[in-house]
Design a protein around this ligand. Structure first.
Ligand code: A2G
Length: 365
């Protein structure tokens, strides 16, 4: 984790005198801090992030996306009488009026208003929270339905191109730079046995059977802020991967993360399964939130989206494990392997519950 630099603090239009900066949240990609300022007895807090430019190779383009999308959301939220300071992320500009600062070491930083009296959750604590998050992600798609998607930059090329992910995985197995492949033969076989799954949605997209939409691409429960007082989902966060994509993948990633009965890195796999109760709650909320905008094919493919995203994510964790853990931040030895195993346990569980998943989707379409 990087340190906050004085130089950085001084660049942004923060109000008051800097008193504290602490690491914040459980993100795997950027370094996130909550910074506190005091002015005339009043406390102001902000989120300050050092962007991961190993992963996001074009931070200027990424910030153009974030600026475009957050100002669009602000306008839409104002129009419907909401509170844009709480219902969308709001960038804090630098003193030069830019939305990021490149420091003297070449690190890129950005800042947001901190949303007070709201939290994110890594695990579903109350079932309503998960339903709320579904409505929020559905809504997010709805609010951005007429956003000019072609103006968005692809912040990570082929982010959810599962076929390319599989290709990268195979290369990692072959190269085996850390000599770890021998110990994970079962997991490698698991991926290879399901090759057709990697192709399903990519093929449909190529054939024009699934429309390209503005998507979030990282729709985990913990990317939604829930208001402490009302229990309502108020704000979608982490907009780094907002780009054109498939709605079913946004749906699928939420199920992967939030409908699991265990944490993403739970080492005890007996605690990990895909809860059909949570799957149903999310399906209901998401379909409602999208307000009739999903096509027949998209609705048909919701369960495939769930399975594909889970499979892809497990494969990405395994690739990173094989390559020496350079992508996802790890906090213990074998962390990426534990994460991979939870994902594959979920895929297996979904395979067993396949019929039920399809019945649930049919109930809400
Ligand atoms: O970890 C990150 O948020 C990833 N984001 C996301 O794709 C998913 O793999 C997740 C798993 O918890 C990026 O790679 C940008």
């Amino acid at each position: 984790m990087a340190e906050i630099k004085r130089e950085v603090i001084e660049q942004f239009q923060f109000e008051g005198t800097y008193t504290e900066g602490i690491p914040y949240g459980s993100g795997h990609i950027n370094d996130t801090f909550r910074v506190t300022f005091q002015e005339e007895g009043k406390t102001k807090r902000y989120i300050l992030q050092r962007m991961n430019t190993q992963i996001f190779l074009h931070p200027e383009e990424l910030m153009e996306n974030v600026e475009g999308v957050t100002s669009w959301l602000r306008k839409k939220i104002e129009e419907r009488g909401g509170n844009p300071d709480r219902e969308t992320l709001n960038l804090v500009p630098t003193k030069q009026g830019k939305f990021f600062y490149a420091d003297t070491d070449g690190d890129y930083w950005r800042a947001y208003l901190f949303i007070e009296d709201a939290m994110t959750y890594d695990l579903v604590e109350k079932k309503e929270d998960f339903y709320e998050s579904a409505v929020a992600f559905g809504n997010f798609q709805g609010l951005l339905a007429d956003y000019p998607a072609e103006t968005l930059h692809e912040t990570i090329q082929d982010f959810h191109n599962t076929v390319k992910r599989l290709d990268t995985f195979k290369k990692a197995v072959e190269a085996d730079v850390c000599k770890r492949a021998a110990d994970v033969q079962e997991e490698i076989r698991f991926v290879l046995d399901r090759e057709p799954l990697a192709h399903k949605l990519c093929d449909m997209q190529a054939e024009g059977k699934l429309p390209l939409r503005v998507t979030h691409n990282d729709t985990k429960l913990n990317n939604i802020m829930i208001d402490n007082a009302t229990g309502k989902a108020i704000c979608v966060i982490d907009l780094d991967t907002v780009m054109p994509g498939l709605a079913v993948n946004d749906f699928g990633d939420s199920i992967r993360f939030g409908a699991s009965t265990g944490a993403e890195d739970e080492p005890d796999l007996s605690k990990v399964s895909c809860s059909m109760e949570l799957f149903e709650l999310y399906t209901k909320g998401f379909v409602e939130g999208c307000k009739g905008s999903l096509t027949k094919e998209e609705l048909d493919m919701l369960p495939v989206g769930a399975m594909t995203m889970t499979y892809e994510c497990g494969m990405r964790f395994l690739t990173d494990y094989l390559e020496g853990d350079h992508y996802f931040k790890i906090h213990r030895e074998g962390h990426n392997l534990d994460r991979c195993r939870t994902q594959f346990k979920l895929v297996r569980d979904m395979e067993e519950k396949w019929e039920q998943m399809n019945e649930i989707v049919n109930k809400y379409r």
